[in-house]
Design a protein around this ligand. Sequence first.
Ligand SMILES: C[S@@+](CC[C@H](N)C(=O)[O-])C[C@H]1O[C@@H](n2cnc3c(N)ncnc32)[C@H](O)[C@@H]1O
Length: 267
Amino acid sequence: MGHARFHGHQDMYTNSPDNRYGSLAAEIYDIDKPFGKLPDTAFYRDALKGLDGPILEPACGSGRTLVPLAEAGHEMWGFDTSAEMLAQAEPRCAKAGVRARLSQQGWSDFTYDQRFSAIILPVASFTLIEDADTAFGVLARFYAALSPGGLLLIDLTPLSTLAPVEDDRRSWVAENGDLLTLHAVRTGTDWTKQAFRLSVRYERWRENRLVAAELEPMVMRQWGIEEFRMALERAGFTDARCHGDYKRGEPPEAGTHMVTWEARKPA
Ligand SMILES: C[S@@+](CC[C@H](N)C(=O)[O-])C[C@H]1O[C@@H](n2cnc3c(N)ncnc32)[C@H](O)[C@@H]1O
């Protein structure tokens, strides 16, 4: 994925893979997004209530969403490219006493021998797909992987996310007393591609010494409401509708932070 296309100041991380979610990122992800506590978990639990059959969560990460859905009685399948995120998911399933079928795959080439009753992508993981053509291909893959009548649920951050932001600096104290820090810098925005780049620096400090650091270059593509509706229709989905900020039935508004799309593969 070339970086030169991006305007804004150049950074020096062009050779690293994007959106990797390495070990410090995975550890901080679970502290920053506490298990079961964010509003998306309840929204997805309600939206999937009563649904029969297997559910696939592409980019399932550390199981933050997948485990509560398995606890609610669903047959959960998940894949993710990050071995570090999956390594957090496995013990989490064991601790919760649930079984989930997890594998290390990517959304452009995942394969299964079966179809799913639902496919879900919470917390805007879909925006990690940098370009529109790849995203269209991934939607077609989701369509093929669903049973007739199957449900697709996808969260997207709104177009307003493309506006410039201040650096994001945060810190946490880990259970063992280590200080964990995050410093995210917007390194470029390409309005024509509706995407921005971030460089996220994660650090671990112990007794005032830096013991580990990781750079995570990230890229996120933002979608317009009507653009995504057309993308869903083009992939064959019907009955597309969206909800704002995890309030079911309430359409997004100007100040909405998250848009959740719901669509069906025709029966
Ligand atoms: C924002 S996290 C979401 C994790 C989880 N779905 C949740 O609800 O907490 C995004 C995830 O996307 C994964 N990811 C990034 N690129 C991917 C790809 N090409 N295929 C599959 N997963 C990918 C990352 O490893 C990370 O776990």
